[in-house]
Design a binder for this molecule. Structure first.
Ligand SMILES: *[C@@H]1O[C@H](CO)[C@@H](O)[C@H](O)[C@H]1NC(C)=O
Ligand SMILES: *[C@@H]1O[C@H](CO)[C@@H](O)[C@H](O)[C@H]1NC(C)=O
Ligand SMILES: CC(=O)N[C@H]1CO[C@H](CO)[C@@H](O)[C@@H]1O
Length: 260
């Protein structure tokens, strides 16, 4: 005996079967055209590595946008290890940036030294203090910071190739340092009673030789000329879903600029 549910499922099945043929081509085309995006991580955890929610938001939005993602991290030791339950360095502990980042990548990650811009359509750097401690020395040296040599090479190569670069939170300092005349956002330029606790970073952006654009947490700033897209993310003290939305705007603009 046919139940309504069984009937519905048979109908769906027939519909599906007849649609598969025509959709098959579409599906193949869609997956072939997906942008190939490299995501560069800097560890696992906001205070000494990649901000986990930002990395996850980037990956969710890339997945929705049909991108093909490959993750990378430098094979170097972290500047230090922070016990996130205490907010203090765990003395005597050392961790490797690549090994820690592999946690976020579910094991599928490569050494940043192997990232070659010609194999990708875009690159994205989520934030977290790792970008300022392991990808660069910004956390310690500010405007006089050094940038990891592979990070510098990758940024220059994508820029030279006219391929979009997405960054959020504190990561825009990397582009500001390496690419100089770019225009990026790290949010607002005043703390506004704690809403923008790292507002001083905007001045550092200028000191690094770049331009700063004021943006809201749900927005992305697009430097069309340099194809650099940035969003404030956790530079703002706010609700997680607003940070998620801002990162979504950044990812969307990166994919749009990739032309895929
Ligand atoms: C790892 O990532 C690559 C690149 O996206 C993909 O082709 C491969 O299937 C992934 N491997 C696993 C085991 O998920
Ligand atoms: C990057 O990849 C391109 C194309 O596959 C290749 O020609 C080039 O030699 C590679 N560069 C490096 C540094 O491996
Ligand atoms: C242990 C350590 O500090 N590792 C590196 C983290 O990243 C910065 C910037 O590249 C390096 O200078 C550190 O050596």
């Amino acid at each position: 005996m046919f139940t309504v549910r069984a009937l519905a499922s048979r109908v769906n099945h027939h519909l599906l079967k007849s649609q598969v043929a025509s959709l098959g081509l579409l599906h193949t085309t869609a997956s072939c055209n997906g942008a190939k995006v490299a995501v560069v991580l800097s560890g696992c955890g906001v205070y000494d590595g990649t901000e986990i929610h930002e990395a996850s938001a980037v990956l969710v939005h890339l997945s929705r946008g049909g991108a093909e993602v490959q993750m990378f991290a430098p094979d170097v030791n972290q500047m230090h290890v922070i016990d996130h339950s205490k907010g203090q360095p765990a003395e005597k502990e050392t961790r490797n940036v690549l090994a820690e980042s592999a946690r976020i990548a579910r094991g599928n990650i490569s050494d940043l030294a192997k990232l070659n811009a010609s194999n990708h359509d875009a690159v994205i750097f989520p934030g977290g203090f790792g970008a300022a401690k392991n990808l660069s020395t910004f956390a310690v040296d500010g405007k006089d910071c050094k940038v990891n040599k592979d990070v510098e090479r990758v940024l220059k190569d994508f820029h030279k190739a006219g391929k979009p670069i997405g960054l959020c939170c504190i990561s825009p300092v990397l582009a500001a340092k390496v690419l100089k005349n770019v225009e990026v956002t790290v949010g607002h330029e005043d703390e506004e009673g704690g809403k923008w606790p790292y507002a001083g970073t905007a001045q550092a952006i200028t000191a690094l030789g770049a331009k700063h654009a004021v943006k809201e947490v749900t927005e992305a700033h697009v430097d069309q000329k340099n194809k650099v897209v940035t969003s404030p993310a956790f530079m703002c003290e706010t609700k997680l879903h607003l940070i998620f939305d801002g990162i979504g705007a950044m990812v969307k603009d990166v994919l749009k600029l990739s032309g895929k």
